[in-house]
Each structure stands twice: as structure tokens, then as C-alpha cells.
Design a protein around this ligand. Structure first.
Ligand code: SF4
Length: 699
């Protein structure tokens, strides 16, 4: 009923990478409701977060004025009372806060050089904001030390995809499952983390599609629909996947014609894979040889197969090897480049694809153009009016935090990221943040990271801004401002521009459209995608073949963006986790998300409905494990790893293996990353969030 609201605008859900399109209705200056509309990925559907998670934007904790740390503030730490922040921070005008922010950065640049300052941008901002942020760091401080949460999420998947198929994005949208005969979902729990995508997966199974679910947790959501459920031992992904491929090779089930026409490296790969027989790998991965053979035959003999994966694959020190295996599996079977086939890492944050595309990554410029390539640096020197791009790839998230800890990085600009919650071994990250001489945080709430800031710049939530975002399907979508930011808070792009000018950059942008047009000068992916089209059509997928083309859901049907158009088989060896259970720490800790809360919880824990449904920090263990510990569900346990310890309420969950603990990372009062291992994958530089040795005790 049009009388029920004063205005409405189209936007995109701010939570996961599915990128559901929404209509946001406003009444009396407040969001009254959010409804799913017919976007290309969601077709009108929404999950509980998208539908009921919107009122965080009106939470009393929203930052509405710039803040500067008081001269007499207590020592930096997580000691700020959110309802009484005046002990630590004083309000400031925008001019004072921006001058203070810029002066601190310029002073560090003068005394210690540009490399004394690094930046973390955000996968929750728009593409234009991500682009401006990386440009500010690269142009203003003359290095590439700028990164964002893709490093903690799918960096290893992207490394493997770029290496072997020539592009880090998905080869097919998840909606292509509608055309598939078989689908593997591995190391992902879409029922909780990508719920609308999961509805398409379930529909696929209901119409007779073969759904093969492979995960150390026996997922209750997808399991009901799965034809095969492989609950394998955590950390043995390569062993299991190589065994599946061994069957395909030994039984000659592979697609010879496809391999000859579109790939390279098959013969070396075939020799490598012969050692990984199902019988040899079975004990290691905990799956019977018969089941391994069955899955191999199902996938290889299907006409059209897809592979979906999540952070269960990527967040390991062998995350890149895990993804290499999945790519090889698809190539072996010719399951790439046709409708109903493809490789799809389900992206995490709502705009992690777009922020990565926009260059918020330390070793590549926008569109993944390498900083080591002279012609790329020439292109950006031309577009950025003489700016010299440094040839040296920059540092990644965990590496930056380590340099901060050791003192060579003394200042940071953090936009919309929360490393004080999201980094592995987070006490180390918190100590590092406390060491900083100058920390500028731009956010909508006083996050755990903002508690360490010297200056805080109040920013905008997604419905309060206009711009573009890109979802897991490579679909670029427009978000329209529904209501202004509260109080004196500003749109993020405006803040970045104001700060850039104050550190001496000659920037002149008056609207995100101008930024988008500049992005198009260097990003071939945006060919045929214009601001006007996005405004009129709402969404266009890249690559796009012409002004009328809605974009290509499936890519690489006629070859890959690699040498001679061929994808590559890269053999992967079995690597054990960085630390194994032992007498002192006998169980395995794995971390993740749960349906109601998103990432570090800064938004969803301030959404009334979501917080009411899931208000308390919790971990899950198998009922038999709880019985052995003498713990009843709802009682508290102490979890201890080599990094730290915390106490938390325990739940019984049969989906969790008896030697494992599952721990969501959204709860500051029991922050999972106090426990996690910062060991990194050597290629993707992603930490091993999915495997730590842990001791569990009754409190
Ligand atoms: Fe939002 Fe993801 Fe849920 Fe869609 S599936 S409503 S994008 S959280």
C-alpha cells in the first residue's frame, strides 16, 4: 500500500555475495521494510538477514559526528563503553577531523616515508569507493600496501583461478545450476551463508539433479537434498579430491576431446594423480573407496556439472592447492564453458568481488592487472595523470598487521574493516593496532578496530549511498540512496575524496558516476556497462558483449584468457595442517558463520530481529563429545589453543564430527580469532582459519 511509506528505492542486500536486489521503503525518515525484488540472482527471494536485518542503520550506536581521541584518554584497547564514549573521544568538526587525519598521515610520510602508512579498504563499500581508496594509497603514498577482506576469504581461490583459468571470478553464475545435471558443493554451507543461493540448489535437487555435498560438517540444510554426503576429515581436501580424480583418470572417464582442445599440462598431471588411489587416500580422508569411486563416476559421466566451494576450501594453508584440485576436476570432465557447467567460489561479503575487481588488492591494479607489468603501470600513469605505480607488489592483510606489530608501519587508514575481530591470532592484531602512531578509522559504528583509533570518521550504510556493487555472479548492480546518512555522517566516497585532497592529491570528483567513468578507462570488464544502463536496468553481468546484452552468465566456452587460450592442470600434493592435534590440544577447532550473524557481527548484532534470534556466543560439538566432557547443552566450556583461551556456551550438534568444535566468529565477547592460527597459504596468503588444535574443558 503506497500510503504505508513515504519513499522507496532499489538497493542490494548488504550482507552476503549473493547480492539480492531489494526495495527499501522509508517512512518518517526511517526504513520501514525491505522486500526482495526481481534481481537476476534472487528472483524476488530474500533470507532472514536481508528481510529483517536492516534496522542496524538506525541503531543508537551509529556514528553521527567525527571523533578525535582525547589527549587524556585511557590507554588504547577494547575498553570503550559504547554508551559512553566521551571518556575516550571528543566530538570534532569535519574540517578538524579531516585535517587531523591528513596531517598525521603527511607527517609520517615526511618522517618515515610513504611505506610507513598502509590501508585496509572494505568489501562492504561500493565499487567506486573501493577504487578511490586503493587509488589514494597508491597515489598518495607511492606503494601497493592496500588490501581488504578478500585476503581472509577467497584469496587462495582467486590465486588458483588466475593461475589456471586466467581469471579470478566465477566461470558461471550460481543460477546456472538450473541447467546442470550434477553439482558438487564442497567446503561451503550455503543454507546458512548464502541462503538464497541454497534455495536454487535445493530446487535443483528436487527436480532430480544429483547434489554431492562434501564437508567436514554433516550439514543439516543441504544434506536432506543430497544424493551423496561425504563427511570427510578436515584438512584432507587434496587427498580426497586427488582420489576422485585418480578414479576418473584410471577409468578413462575424462573428456579427452575437451582436454586436447582447451587445456595444457594433462600428461604430467595424469602421472601425478596415479599415486592417489582411493584405497591409499581412504584412511586419510575418512571416506570409503566405494564412495570415492561413486562420486567420481557421477561427476565425470554427467553431461553438465558444476562445482561450488566456500571457505572450507579456501581458508587453509593448502587453500590454493584445494582450489587447484577443483579446477582440475572440472577441466578433466570438460565441465566448464557450457550452460550448466562451471567453477563457482561462493563469495563472502556483498561486494568482495567488486572491491577486488576495483583493485583493492596489493599485487594488482583494477581488473587484476599486475603491478609488475610495465604496460599496466604506463596505463595508470596515463589515467592518473603522471602517477608512478610501484612495481613491487604490496603487503597483504596479515603481513601488514605483522609490520605494524614490529613498528615499520606506523599509520593506517582503515575503511569499513574490522581487523581487531577478523584477523587470525587477533590478540596479536590488537596489540599491533595499539602500537600505531596514527590510526584513521572510517566506519558506521565504533567497531572493535575503531576503539584503537586516533580519529574516527562517521560513514554511511549501503542504503544511504549511491553507487555500484558486484556480486558473486559477476553481476554489477546499482544501489540508490534511500535516505541520507544520520547526523553529520557522510558517504564514504566523499570522505575519501576530502582526505585525498588534504594529503595533496589533485582530485576532482563530484559524483560516483565520475569515478565509475574513470574506472571504465582501465577496466575491460566494464566494457558496454554504463552508469545509465545500470540506472535503467539495475544490473548487467560482465563480460558483456554489447549495449543490449545483459551479460554472460557462463564464460570460457571458446577458450581461456591464458596462453593459447588453454587452461592449465596444476598438480597438488597433500600438505598437513600447520598444527595437528596432540595430547595438549587434542581436538580440531574450525570457525565460520551462522545464519543470523554476518562476519564480525558489527551490523547483524545490532539488528533487532537477528540479535533476538541468536543473542549469545556459542560453539557446537557432537552430543557424544559433550557427554564425554560432562557438559550439558547450554553450559559453558573453555576453549584453549596455542594463541589464547575463551569461555563460551556449548551446543549439541550432530553435524559436527566428534573430534571437532565449530565456532562462529561474530561474537566479540568470545572472539573466535583469539584462538585461530595465523599460518598462511604460501600463494593466496590466506590464514588457516579452518584448522587449529584446541583443548576443550568444562568450566
Ligand atoms: Fe542478503 Fe545473502 Fe540473504 Fe540474499 S542471501 S538476502 S544477499 S544475506
Amino acid at each position: 500500500d503506497s500510503k504505508d511509506f513515504d519513499s522507496e528505492a532499489k538497493s542490494v542486500c548488504p550482507f552476503c555475495g549473493v547480492g539480492c536486489q531489494v526495495s527499501v521503503k522509508v517512512k518518517d525518515g526511517k526504513v520501514k521494510s525491505v522486500e526482495g525484488i526481481n534481481g537476476p540472482s534472487n528472483e524476488g527471494r530474500l533470507c532472514v538477514k536481508g528481510r529483517f536485518g536492516f534496522d542496524y542503520i538506525h541503531h543508537p550506536h551509529r556514528l553521527t559526528k567525527p571523533l578525535i581521541r582525547r589527549d587524556d584518554a585511557p590507554e588504547k584497547g577494547l575498553n570503550v563503553d559504547l554508551d559512553n564514549i566521551g571518556l575516550h573521544f571528543r566530538e570534532a568538526s569535519w574540517d578538524e577531523a579531516l585535517d587531523f587525519s591528513a596531517r598525521g598521515m603527511v607527517d609520517l610520510r615526511s618522517f618515515y616515508g610513504g611505506e610507513s602508512i598502509a590501508g585496509f579498504g572494505s568489501a562492504k563499500c561500493t565499487n567506486e569507493e573501493a577504487y578511490l581508496f586503493q587509488k589514494l594509497i597508491r597515489q598518495g603514498f607511492k606503494h601497493n600496501n592496500v588490501d581488504h577482506c578478500t585476503r581472509l576469504c577467497h584469496a587462495s581461490s582467486v590465486a588458483a583461478l588466475q593461475e589456471n583459468v586466467g581469471s579470478g571470478a566465477v566461470t558461471a553464475s550460481f543460477n546456472e545450476i538450473e541447467n546442470a545435471d550434477v553439482a558438487i558443493v564442497i567446503g561451503a554451507n550455503p543454507t546458512e551463508n548464502h541462503p538464497v543461493a541454497a534455495t536454487f540448489f535445493k530446487q535443483f535437487a528436487k527436480r532430480g539433479g544429483k547434489l554431492i555435498v562434501i564437508d567436514p560438517r554433516r550439514q543439516t540444510g543441504l544434506k536432506r537434498h543430497a544424493t551423496h554426503m561425504l563427511q570427510f576429515r578436515p584438512g584432507t581436501d587434496v587427498a580426497l579430491l586427488n582420489a576422485i580424480m585418480n578414479v576418473i583418470v584410471e577409468e578413462k572417464l575424462y573428456d579427452r576431446q575437451y582436454i586436447e582442445g582447451f587445456t595444457e599440462g594433462f600428461f604430467e598431471f595424469r602421472e601425478h594423480i596415479r599415486a592417489f588411489t582411493p584405497e591409499r587416500m581412504s584412511d586419510l580422508c575418512g571416506i570409503s573407496p566405494e564412495m570415492i569411486r561413486d562420486v567420481a563416476r557421477e561427476f565425470a559421466t554427467a553431461q553438465r556439472g558444476m562445482i561450488f566451494w566456500g571457505m572450507g576450501i579456501s581458508q587453509h594453508i593448502h587453500g590454493t592447492d584445494n582450489s587447484r584440485c577443483l579446477i582440475s576436476l572440472a577441466l578433466l570432465c570438460g565441465h566448464v564453458g557450457r550452460p550448466g557447467t562451471g567453477l563457482h567460489p561462493l563469495r563472502g561479503q556483498n561486494n568482495v568481488q567488486g572491491a577486488s575487481d576495483a583493485g583493492l588488492i596489493p599485487h594488482v591494479m583494477p581488473d587484476y592487472q599486475s603491478v609488475t607489468d610495465g604496460s599496466v603501470r604506463d596505463l595508470f600513469r596515463h589515467i592518473w595523470l603522471g602517477t608512478e605505480i610501484q612495481e613491487k607488489p604490496g603487503l597483504t592483510v596479515v603481513e601488514i598487521m605483522d609490520r605494524v606489530y614490529r613498528g615499520s608501519i606506523r599509520g593506517m587508514y582503515v575503511l569499513g574493516e574490522n581487523p581487531a575481530m577478523s584477523d587470525p591470532d587477533v590478540e596479536h592484531a590488537r596489540k599491533a593496532l595499539a602500537h600505531l602512531d596514527h590510526l584513521v578509522v572510517q566506519d558506521i559504528f565504533l567497531t572493535e578496530t575503531a576503539m584503537f583509533a586516533d580519529v574516527i570518521l562517521p560513514a554511511s550504510a549501503l542504503p544511504e549511498k549511491t553507487g555500484t556493487v558486484t556480486n558473486t555472479n559477476r553481476t554489477v548492480q546499482m544501489v540508490q540512496q534511500v535516505l541520507p546518512p544520520p547526523g553529520e555522517a557522510r558517504e564514504d566516497w566523499k570522505i575519501v575524496v576530502d582526505l585525498a585532497r588534504r594529503i595533496g592529491l589533485d582530485w576532482d570528483y563530484d559524483h560516483p558516476r565520475e569515478v565509475f567513468d574513470e574506472m571504465k578507462m582501465s577496466m575491460r570488464s566494464l566494457h558496454h556497462i554504463t552508469w545509465t544502463r545500470l540506472k535503467n536496468e539495475g544490473a548487467v553481468t560482465y563480460p558483456c558483449k554489447g549495449p543490449e546484452d545483459p551479460g554472460q552468465s557462463v564464460v570460457f566456452g571458446d577458450g581461456f584468457p591464458r596462453r593459447a587460450g588453454r587452461a592449465q592442470f596444476t598438480p597438488a600434493r597433500v600438505t598437513p595442517p600447520a598444527e595437528m592435534p596432540d595430547d595438549k590440544f587434542p581436538m580440531i577447532l574450525t570457525t565460520g558463520r551462522q545464519l543470523e550473524h554476518w562476519h564480525t557481527g558489527s551490523m547483524t548484532r545490532r539488528a533487532t530481529v537477528l540479535d533476538a534470534v541468536e543473542p549469545e556466543a556459542n560453539c557446537s560439538m557432537h552430543p557424544s563429545t559433550l557427554r564425554q566432557l560432562g557438559v550439558a547443552p547450554g553450559e559453558h566450556v573453555r576453549l584453549t589453543t596455542r594463541r589464547g583461551t575463551l569461555e563460551i556456551m556449548a551446543r549439541a550438534d550432530r553435524a559436527v564430527a566428534p573430534d571437532m568444535v565449530f565456532l562462529p566468529f561474530a561474537y566479540v565477547e568470545a572472539a573466535a580469532n583469539i584462538l585461530t592460527n595465523p599460518a598462511l597459504d604460501p600463494w593466496g596468503k590466506i590464514p588457516e582459519f579452518k584448522y587449529s588444535a584446541v583443548r576443550v574443558e568444562k568450566v
